[in-house]
Design a protein around this ligand. Structure first.
Ligand code: ASP
Length: 509
C-alpha cells in the first residue's frame, strides 16, 4: 500500500473537519426533500405532528437557553470592558445596525418599485387567512418601544411585555343643544406574552457596566455571570450536534403542514419573488461588500463559519432561537473575541433586523400597489424610515414583522387589514428574512471586532501589565501571602491564582 492510499483524501479530511456544517446543510436538503415527497401522498395531521416533533424539541431546548445566555453574556461582557471601550463598541455597533438596516429598506423599496408585483387585479383568489383588526397609532407603537425599555417588573419582563390597546368611542362635549359628539380613543396598557428582551438588555447593560467598575468588590458577581455563561455555552454545544436532525424535521414538518403550496405560489408568486430577490441581493452583495470594505477580509470565508446559525434561522424563523448557535459559530468557527460577541450579539438579535426591514418595505409598497396607490418621494422616505423603525421594534420571534407592519401601513394611510393578504406566504418569507437578520448580526460582530481591535489590544496589554505588576508585588513585598513561613499558599500559588482570576474576568483564554 502506498503512503497516498493510507492518507485520507482531501475531501474526506474536509468532511471530517466540517462535519457539523455538512450535516446541517444535509439536514436542510433532506428536510425539503422529505417534505416535498410526502406532499405527493396522503397523510393525517398526526403524521405532520410526529414528523415535526423532534424539531419542536430542538426549538424548545434552544428557547430554554435564551434567557440565561442573554443575561450572562451581557453582564459578563460589559463587566470586562472599561467604560471607554464599551462606549466605542456600542456606538460602532449601533452605527452599523442603523446604516445596514436603512440600506436594506432602501434596497427593498428599489426592487419593489422596479418589479412592481402589486397589480391591483392579481391575487384576487387569495383568501385572507386571518383578519387583523388591530389599530394602533405610530405614536403608540413608538411609546411602547420606549416603555418596554424600562420594565417596571424584571421578573415579568422575562415572559411579558406591555402594549397599548386602543378602543374607539364617542365623547360628548358640552350639554343640551351645545353638545358635540367627537370620536375619541381610549388607551389601555395590556400585558402581551413574549419576553421583553429590550428591557432586559437595558438592565443587563447597566448592571454589567456598574459591576465591572466596582473592581474587587464586584468580582464575585462578575464571576457568577462568567460561569453561568460558560455553562450555558457548553449546553449549546451539546444541542448543536442534535440540530441537523432537528432542522431536518422542522423543515419537513413545515412543508407538510402547508395546505396550498402551488396555489399561494401562483397568486402571490411575484410578491414572493420580489422579497426573495431583495434578500438575496442584500445577503450576497450589500452585506459582504460592507464587511469587505471595512475589514478587507474575505466575507465568504466568514459566512462559511455561520452556516449552522443561518440554517437554524431558516428552520426556526426566530433570530433569538438561533442566538445560542450564532454565539457558538462566531466564537468557535470564526474565532471572534468573546468580549465582542457577548456585548454585540444579544443586542443585534433584538434590534438589528435587515431582512425584516427589507421585507416590511416591500410588503407595504406591495399593498400600496394593490390599492392602486402611487407613493410620492415623501411616501417612499416615510416607508424607509418607518420600515427601519418597525424592524427595530419587531421581536425576534416568528412573524413578528406582521405586527409592526401596521406601523408603516398607518403612516402611509393604507388599510391595515390588508396585512391579511400576505399572511398566507409568511411561513416561507419569515424564514428567509430571519436568516438574513442572523447574517447581518454575524457580519456586524465581525465588523465591530475589526473596528475595536486597538481598544481590545490595549485592554489585553493593560491586563497583562496589571498581572505582571501584581506578580512583582507579591514576589517582592507580600511575602507573608505568597509563600513565606506562615503563608496561606505555597510559593507562587497566589500569583497563579491572581493570574487565573484576571484571565477569567477578561474572558481571554
Ligand atoms: N422572525 C423574525 C426574527 O426572528 C422577525 C420577523 O421578521 O418577523 O428575526
Amino acid at each position: 500500500m502506498t503512503t497516498a492510499d493510507q492518507q485520507p483524501s482531501a475531501f474526506r479530511r474536509w468532511v471530517r473537519e466540517n462535519l457539523l456544517l455538512v450535516l446541517t446543510v444535509l439536514g436542510v436538503f433532506l428536510g425539503s426533500l422529505v417534505g416535498l415527497l410526502a406532499r405527493q401522498t396522503e397523510y393525517s395531521d398526526e403524521v405532520v405532528l410526529l414528523v415535526g416533533f423532534p424539531g419542536e424539541l430542538l426549538l424548545r431546548s434552544l428557547k430554554m437557553l435564551i434567557l440565561p445566555l442573554i443575561i450572562s453574556s451581557l453582564v459578563s461582557g460589559l463587566a470586562c470592558l472599561d467604560a471607554g471601550a464599551s462606549g466605542k463598541m456600542g456606538s460602532r455597533a449601533l452605527l452599523y445596525y442603523f446604516s445596514t438596516t436603512i440600506m436594506a429598506a432602501i434596497l427593498g423599496i428599489t426592487v419593489v418599485v422596479i418589479i412592481h408585483p402589486g397589480d391591483p387585479n392579481s391575487g384576487k383568489n387569495v383568501v385572507p387567512k386571518e383578519k387583523s383588526d388591530e389599530e394602533s397609532s405610530v405614536m403608540d407603537a413608538l411609546l411602547d418601544i420606549i416603555r418596554n425599555m424600562f420594565p417596571d417588573n424584571l421578573m415579568q419582563a422575562c415572559f411579558q411585555s406591555v402594549k397599548t390597546q386602543t378602543t374607539k368611542f364617542n365623547k360628548t362635549y358640552g350639554e343640551g343643544d351645545e353638545a358635540r359628539v367627537v370620536p375619541a380613543i381610549k388607551r389601555d396598557l395590556v400585558d402581551s406574552p413574549g419576553t421583553n428582551v429590550m428591557g432586559l438588555i437595558i438592565f443587563c447593560v447597566a448592571f454589567g457596566l456598574i459591576a465591572g467598575q466596582m473592581g474587587p468588590q464586584g468580582k464575585l458577581m462578575v464571576d457568577f455571570f462568567l460561569i453561568l455563561n460558560e455553562i450555558t455555552m457548553k449546553m449549546v454545544c451539546i444541542i448543536m450536534w442534535y440540530s441537523p436532525f432537528g432542522i431536518m424535521c422542522l423543515v419537513a414538518g413545515n412543508l407538510m403542514a402547508i395546505d396550498d403550496l402551488a396555489d399561494t405560489a401562483r397568486s402571490l408568486g411575484m410578491y414572493m419573488a420580489t422579497v426573495i430577490t431583495g434578500l438575496l441581493i442584500h445577503a450576497t452583495v450589500s452585506l459582504p461588500m460592507v464587511y469587505f470594505c471595512v475589514t478587507r477580509k474575505n466575507p465568504f470565508k466568514f459566512c462559511k463559519g455561520i452556516v449552522q446559525a443561518w440554517a437554524l434561522a431558516l428552520g426556526t424563523a426566530s433570530s433569538s432561537a438561533a442566538l445560542p448557535i450564532t454565539f457558538q459559530c462566531l466564537e468557535v468557527n470564526n474565532g471572534l473575541d468573546k468580549r465582542v460577541t457577548r456585548f454585540v450579539l444579544p443586542v443585534g438579535a433584538t434590534v438589528n433586523m435587515d431582512g425584516t426591514a427589507l421585507y416590511e418595505a416591500v410588503a407595504s409598497i406591495f399593498i400600496a400597489q394593490k390599492n392602486d396607490m402611487n407613493l410620492s418621494i415623501g411616501g417612499l422616505i416615510t416607508v424607509s424610515l418607518t420600515a427601519t423603525l418597525a424592524s427595530i421594534g419587531a421581536a425576534s420571534i416568528p412573524s413578528a414583522a406582521l405586527v409592526t407592519m401596521l406601523l408603516i401601513l398607518q403612516a402611509l394611510g393604507l388599510p391595515t387589514h390588508d396585512v391579511a393578504l400576505i399572511f398566507t406566504v409568511d411561513w416561507l418569507l419569515d424564514r428567509m428574512r430571519t436568516s438574513i437578520n442572523v447574517l447581518g448580526d454575524a457580519y456586524g460582530a465581525g465588523i465591530v471586532q475589526h473596528l475595536c481591535k486597538d481598544e481590545l489590544a490595549r485592554m489585553d496589554a493593560e491586563a497583562e501589565r496589571r498581572d505582571r505588576q501584581m506578580a512583582e508585588m507579591l514576589r517582592s513585598g507580600s511575602v507573608a501571602l505568597s509563600g513565606g513561613r506562615g503563608s496561606l499558599l505555597p510559593r507562587g500559588g497566589m500569583v497563579a491564582l491572581m493570574r487565573l482570576s484576571a484571565k477569567s474576568i477578561c474572558g481571554y483564554s
